[in-house]
Design a protein around this ligand. Structure first.
Ligand SMILES: NC(=O)c1ccc[n+]([C@@H]2O[C@H](COP(=O)([O-])OP(=O)(O)OC[C@H]3O[C@@H](n4cnc5c(N)ncnc54)[C@H](O)[C@@H]3O)[C@@H](O)[C@H]2O)c1
Length: 255
């Protein structure tokens, strides 16, 4: 399948667990990739892997805390590749704890990366996509942005804001043939999840075994299972979906 042949996709958080899976998936289906993340070394190693599979790929290294970087990303991607069809606003970070454990820094950092960066990127990208006759934006929100997970108040607030922005933009820009949707995973086996276990002094493999038993389908998600849904939302197969927040949760509710 080459659903994205001739299309250009900008992916943020490209070097993370889910970001790499999105890059591999869209690249394997013909997309020309523009990968954004903060570590030049991690980007270089992903690029070299993708190029072995003959994926056309460029990078834009930078920190999403830098407003200019966010504002310029879509323009830079367009300038590099001559078009911009797909954006996966996937970068994110998780600060844990109840409100009484949450610092000003946790709050500011989480909103800057999880909300303000995709806001800025969408604001800059939409005129480019509108001018070209359309495009697709897929945001990585979370089930925890749709329902309140325990002891992650800031994370849940940010993902809720991202889910709401997705619904607003899906509605506001459908008339320009710009479809904005979100994937909302529950737990996924990535560095974000594993780091959380390490911080709490747990063995990540054992903790994931335990977590697997809490999911009706019998296991937490693998990153490629999220990337498959991102690819669907970025493809013509979801041509009537605008502003949807798609839960990908193995039937596990948030409780
Ligand atoms: N892993 C899960 O269980 C899970 C569940 C639901 C939603 N999500 C969401 O999925 C997305 C990807 O998460 P992941 O699990 O792959 O995490 P990850 O930690 O593996 O990857 C996150 C990526 O974002 C990048 N990033 C973070 N801060 C940045 C900054 N200041 N500038 C530039 N890039 C920055 C990191 O460098 C990293 O590559 C996130 O938005 C996350 O909230 C993850």
């Amino acid at each position: 399948m080459e659903r994205f042949k001739g299309q250009v996709a900008l992916i943020t958080g490209a070097c993370g667990g889910i970001g790499q899976a999105i890059a591999r998936k869209l690249g394997s289906e013909g997309a020309y990739l523009i990968l954004a993340d903060q570590s030049a070394d991690s980007l270089a190693s992903l690029v070299s892997e993708l190029q072995q599979s003959e994926v056309q790929v460029e990078t834009i290294v930078g920190n999403l805390l830098n407003n200019d970087y966010c504002d310029q990303l879509p323009n830079k991607a367009f300038a590099m590749a001559g078009r911009l069809d797909i954006i996966a606003n996937n970068a994110g970070l998780m600060r844990r704890g109840a409100i009484t454990d949450s610092s000003d820094d946790d709050y500011a950092l989480s909103f800057a990366i999880n909300v303000e960066a995709p806001f800025r990127i969408c604001r800059a990208a939409i005129p480019i996509m509108a001018q070209a006759g359309g495009g697709c934006i897929v945001n990585t929100a979370s089930c925890w942005g749709l329902y309140p997970g325990p002891d992650h108040v800031i994370y849940c607030m940010t993902k809720s804001a991202l889910a709401t922005m997705t619904k607003c933009l899906g509605r506001d820009h459908a008339h320009q043939n710009i479809r904005v949707n979100a994937v909302c995973p529950n737990e996924v086996d990535t560095p974000m999840l594993r780091t959380g276990f390490k911080i709490r002094g747990l063995d990540p493999d054992k903790a994931i075994d335990t977590l697997n038993r809490s999911v009706p389908i019998g296991r937490i998600a693998q990153p490629q299972e999220i990337a498959d849904v991102v690819a669907f939302l970025a493809s013509d197969e979801s041509s009537y979906m605008c502003g949807a927040c798609v839960e990908v949760n193995g039937a596990k509710p948030v409780y």
